[in-house]
Design a binder for this molecule. Structure first.
Ligand SMILES: [Zn+2]
Length: 258
C-alpha cells in the first residue's frame, strides 16, 4: 500500500531551531519505491522513533538547499547505502544544492548509484516511481522545485516553499496535494505561502484532498487543525493538517476510508 510518513511537519527558522514541531520532511512509499523527501534536521532520529527502516531507501529528494529541507541528507545517504558498503540509491537535487552551495559531502557522493541534478518541468524516475518536477518556484535565491508523483491510479503533488504566483496551480493539478503552509498572513516581503495563498491554490488545483505541512510558528501557535478546518470550509474540499508521525495511506485516503 502506498503511503506517506510525516517525520516532521515544521518549517522555517523558529520552528526548526526550537523543534516545537519536528523538521524531518516525509517518507514516500509508492509502487514499492521508498523516498526520503526534504530530510531536514532530525529526519534520521525521527525515522528511528517511528520505526521507519531507512536502510531500505531507494532515493533522497531535495526541493532546495535550505537547511530545513536538506540538513540530514548526508546521514540519509549513509543509511540508504549501509554506511557506504552497499552502493545504491539516487539523490535528486537542484544544481545549486549540488554545486554552487553544496549540501552533500564529497566522500559520500560515491556511495550512491547516482546523483541526479534536477531541472524544471522534467520527468525523472527512481526504481518503479515516476515523477515530474515543477516550474521553478519563486523562493528568494534558492533554486527550488516541487514535484508530482505518479501512483497507479492517482497523482500526488508536493508544493514546497514558494511565493504564490498564478502559474503554480496549472502545474500542480493532482488527486492529492501536499502544501507547505508556512504563514498565517500574506507578507509580500517573504517568499512563502500563507493561508490566503493556500486557499487560492486549492481552489485552482481542485485536488480531492489537500494535506498541509511545513508549518511556521504563527500557524503552530494558532493550531494546525484550526487552520486546516478554516481552509477546508473556505474551499469546500477536504483539508488535513499533517502531524509529526502521521501515516497516510494514499489509496485509502482517496477512497475516503481514512
Ligand atoms: Zn526554503
Amino acid at each position: 500500500m502506498d503511503r506517506i510518513i510525516f517525520l516532521g511537519t515544521g518549517g522555517a527558522r523558529n520552528v526548526m531551531t526550537t523543534q516545537v514541531l519536528s523538521t524531518g520532511g516525509f517518507i514516500l512509499e509508492i509502487k514499492n519505491t521508498m523516498l526520503s523527501v526534504d530530510p531536514g534536521p532530525g529526519a534520521v532520529l525521527r525515522a528511528a522513533q517511528e520505526k521507519v527502516n531507512i536502510n531500505k531507501l531507494d532515493g533522497v529528494l531535495i526541493s532546495h538547499r535550505h537547511l530545513d529541507h536538506c540538513s540530514d541528507v548526508n546521514v540519509m545517504i549513509e543509511a540508504m547505502t549501509g554506511g557506504g558498503y552497499k552502493r545504491k540509491g539516487v539523490v535528486f537535487a537542484p544544481k545549486q544544492a549540488l554545486y554552487d552551495d553544496p549540501v552533500i559531502l564529497n566522500y559520500l557522493r560515491n556511495y550512491v548509484e547516482r546523483i541526479q541534478p534536477i531541472e524544471g518541468l522534467k520527468p525523472y524516475s527512481c526504481r518503479n516511481l515516476k515523477f515530474k518536477t515543477s516550474i521553478p518556484h519563486k523562493h528568494g535565491d534558492a533554486e527550488t522545485y516541487g514535484f508530482i508523483f505518479y501512483g497507479s491510479n492517482y497523482s500526488l503533488s508536493y508544493i514546497p516553499d514558494t511565493r504564490y504566483f498564478r502559474e503554480l496551480a496549472e502545474f500542480y493539478k493532482s488527486s492529492i496535494c501536499i502544501i507547505s503552509t508556512l504563514m498565517l498572513h500574506r507578507n509580500k516581503n517573504i517568499d512563502h505561502l500563507s493561508v490566503p495563498d493556500v486557499i487560492c491554490l486549492i481552489e485552482e488545483i481542485k485536488p480531492q484532498v489537500a494535506v498541509l505541512t511545513h508549518f511556521g510558528m504563527q500557524i503552530y501557535k494558532e493550531g494546525v487543525d484550526k487552520v486546516a478546518d478554516k481552509i477546508s470550509q473556505a474551499v469546500g474540499i477536504r483539508v488535513i493538517a499533517a502531524k509529526d508521525g502521521m501515516v497516510i495511506h494514499l489509496q485509502e485516503l482517496l477512497a475516503g476510508v481514512n
